[in-house]
Design a protein around this ligand. Structure first.
Ligand code: NCD
Length: 304
């Protein structure tokens, strides 16, 4: 990895990504062999927003490397409630931990935090910004299922506020991938991400309907409408419930289409899809552990 912190997917080269994915595959093959690689390493968990998968899989990952965690807990039970700044919180926690995992509602929060501490900071989601460790597990899942080159992927739902989408789209520019973005007009990719994709010469097309493009796809990456990011509830109401898929929708798909979702889902994927061979989202969530073990291993190693 070229840098000590993981803030944005745009800092990841193809070589960086492949190194983490290869190590994750090695770990996946024999997890027990890694049990004392980072004995007594402490990972600081600072989650200013709700999390299930990201927090728990980082927690499991460091423990499977022989380390442990120290957890700020919820915002309500921490000194944030007393008005402590983010800069002060992370400067304190760096004294307790060898690396920090930070999730925060403000875009740019992880970058800001990384300017105040010497230990590696992993951005586990900064508002509608980025979520690069999710991207690594997404790429791992894609590589395991359909391979990462000569790939057609459809990314559907909330492309405006979905941070997993922003990171994934940028990382995919390192590979030979055709990216199809499917969303209502009001939730299309933000200007900054669009600019980055354009700059890197990505093969990108935008659609408002899934139908026309579905038969060509190898992966369909579905996302939740990010209700908590809408400044106006009535705007959310206008798009809620659009872009749902069920088993009937998938009749038009290739037999080996992998349906992915960073989870949590609300109503975007009908539960009946879970029983089909397309459903890849639980496997994707489980891949969070070996991939985050590989990521932590490389960041802790680089920091020594
Ligand atoms: C995502 C997130 O927090 O951005 N969840 C996750 O980390 N797997 C997606 C979401 O909340 O919709």
């Amino acid at each position: 990895m070229r840098q000590d912190h993981l803030i944005s997917a745009s800092q990841l080269s193809r070589a960086d990504i492949e190194a983490v994915l290869d190590r994750a595959a090695e770990i996946d093959g024999d997890p027990a062999a890694w049990g004392d690689t980072h004995d007594r390493a402490v990972l600081g968990l600072c989650f200013f927003e709700p999390s299930t998968r990201t927090k728990m899989s980082f927690d499991t990952a460091i423990k499977r490397l022989g380390g442990t965690t120290t957890d700020m807990g919820s915002v309500d039970s921490s000194s944030v409630k007393k008005g402590e700044s983010l800069a002060d919180t992370v400067r304190v926690v760096e004294g307790y931990a060898d690396a920090l995992v930070l999730r925060h509602p403000s875009e740019g929060a992880a970058k800001l935090a990384s300017e105040f501490v010497d230990v590696p900071v992993i951005n586990a989601g900064d508002g509608a910004g980025q979520h690069p460790s999710q991207t690594l597990l997404d790429l791992y899942t894609i590589r395991e299922n359909v391979g990462l080159d000569d790939l057609s992927i459809g990314i559907m739902g909330d492309l405006k506020y979905g941070r997993t989408v922003h990171s994934l789209a940028e990382a995919l520019t390192n590979f030979d991938v055709r990216q199809h973005f499917i969303s209502p007009e009001s939730l299309q990719l933000p200007r900054g991400v669009r600019f980055d994709l354009h700059q890197s010469g990505a093969q990108v097309r935008e659609h408002t309907e899934l139908d026309g493009v579905l038969p060509d796809l190898d992966v369909l990456y579905v996302t939740r409408i990010q209700r908590e990011r809408f400044p106006d509830e009535t705007e959310y109401e206008k798009v809620a419930g659009e872009y749902q898929i069920d088993t009937e929708t998938l009749n038009a798909a290739k037999d080996d289409l992998a349906v992915m979702h960073p989870l949590p889902r609300v109503d975007e994927i009908d539960p009946a899809v879970d029983a089909t061979d397309h459903a890849t989202y639980f496997e994707q969530a489980h891949n969070g552990v070996p991939v985050r073990m590989a990521l932590l291993d490389s960041l802790l190693e680089a920091d020594q």
